[in-house]
Design a protein around this ligand. Structure first.
Ligand code: TXA
Ligand code: MG
Length: 336
């Protein structure tokens, strides 16, 4: 087991020191746990790819403390500055052109002329960036192609001793990865939906912002090409009732939901039933999603039936994760 340390001031300093010295530390953020390394140190960034088993074509997000710091590495036009002023610090990543004098390791860009940057709001993550004094490259702290971790234990289970230390600060408040907004072209496009919606970004920019999840020939983000979390048991989406042998990932009331052939969903054994939110709250559902998917992904379940989740607000981001997980069962692409 890797070293899990509660985020005390001492542990925080230790984490920062490890990162400065080229180590790998799993760090809490408001979205999911990240696998952090010094973004200026190519060797340290290479260790991220190794630990995750991540394909070298998949670039990595760099975390900094402020817009000013971001501008040391990327070019931010007026629109990018507006978006940053509204949503940073927070769950938004922007893809921007690298500055010619950008000192962040090219590995973070995976050969692209752009760099993904994010200003996180989690106080522990911010304190580590500050103490380390360097930008921190951090993808989600899981093996490539598996589900993102929302607790320190998930990280330990997924990465084991490949990480030097796990800085623990409980479960992540949002529970889904950040919104990825590509601001490097003429038109801003959301490549990965998250807690900050295209509509909210559009309201700031004063024009429409579209989603592009890469379900076509020319994905803009390498991550879109790759296979994502593939549960060992298949998912069946938009279930209105369940079949014998299926576990249920519910959303909202299941009072009237039946099992084909007889029985009520509410009487399923506890191991076969998780409700993302009894009251139908999308924030609660997002925070529970990855943990519950793990907990239901058991070989003795024939399938996981997933109830419909409204495709609005955070529901868009939840549905995108669910669709990818369902599709992954059928695809042979390399893992993200
Ligand atoms: O919430 C988050 O974003 C978490 C926390 C730790 O910050 N990080 C995270 O990183 O989810 P990762 O590596 O698991 O996902 C980053 C996504 C990938 O799909 C990657 O392909 C895409 O962003 N990406 C990164 N840099 C890019 C770039 N320069 N151009 C296009 N896509 C990029
Ligand atoms: Mg990831």
């Amino acid at each position: 087991m890797p070293l899990i340390k509660q985020a005390t001031p001492e542990a925080l300093q230790e984490a920062a020191q490890l990162i400065r010295g080229g180590g790998l530390v799993a760090l809490p953020t408001e979205t999911v746990y990240g696998l952090g390394a010094n973004a200026l140190d190519g060797k340290a960034v290479a260790r991220i790819f190794e630990a995750k088993g991540r394909p070298a074509i998949n670039p990595v997000i760099v975390h900094v403390l402020s817009v000013d710091e971001a501008q040391k590495y990327v070019v931010m036009n007026a629109a990018a500055q507006k978006v940053a002023a509204s949503f940073w610090a927070g769950a938004l990543t922007m893809i921007l052109p690298r500055r010619v004098d950008c000192s962040v390791s090219e590995l973070c860009s995976a050969g692209l002329p752009t760099l993904a940057v994010r200003v996180p709001s989690h106080p522990v993550m911010r304190a580590v960036i500050e103490a380390a004094g360097v930008p921190i490259a951090a993808p989600s702290a899981n093996r490539s192609g598996t589900i993102s971790p929302t607790t320190p234990l998930h990280v330990a289970e997924s990465l084991g001793d490949a990480v030097d230390m796990i800085l623990a600060a409980g479960a992540c408040a949002i529970g889904l990865e950040s919104t990825v907004l590509d601001m490097s072209g003429d038109v801003p496009v959301v490549l990965r939906p998250g807690a900050i919606s295209a509509e909210e970004i559009a309201a700031v920019l004063g024009h429409e912002v579209t989603y592009d999840f890469g379900a076509h020939d020319k994905p803009r983000s390498p991550g879109q090409l790759l296979r994502h979390y593939a549960p060992s048991v298949p998912l069946r989406l938009n279930a209105i009732d369940i079949e014998q042998g299926e576990a249920l990932l519910a959303f909202g009331s299941i009072k009237f939901m039946g099992i084909k052939g007889g029985g009520a969903a509410k009487d399923l054994p506890p191991s076969m039933l998780r409700n993302l939110s009894d009251s139908g709250d999308l924030h609660e559902a997002a925070a529970n999603l990855f943990r519950y998917m793990r907990e239901l992904d058991k070989p003795d379940h024939q399938r996981i039936a997933v109830m419909n989740i409204p495709d609005q607000g955070l529901g868009i981001a939840i549905n995108e994760r669910l669709r990818r997980a369902a599709d992954s069962n059928r695809s042979t692409a390399p893992t993200a």
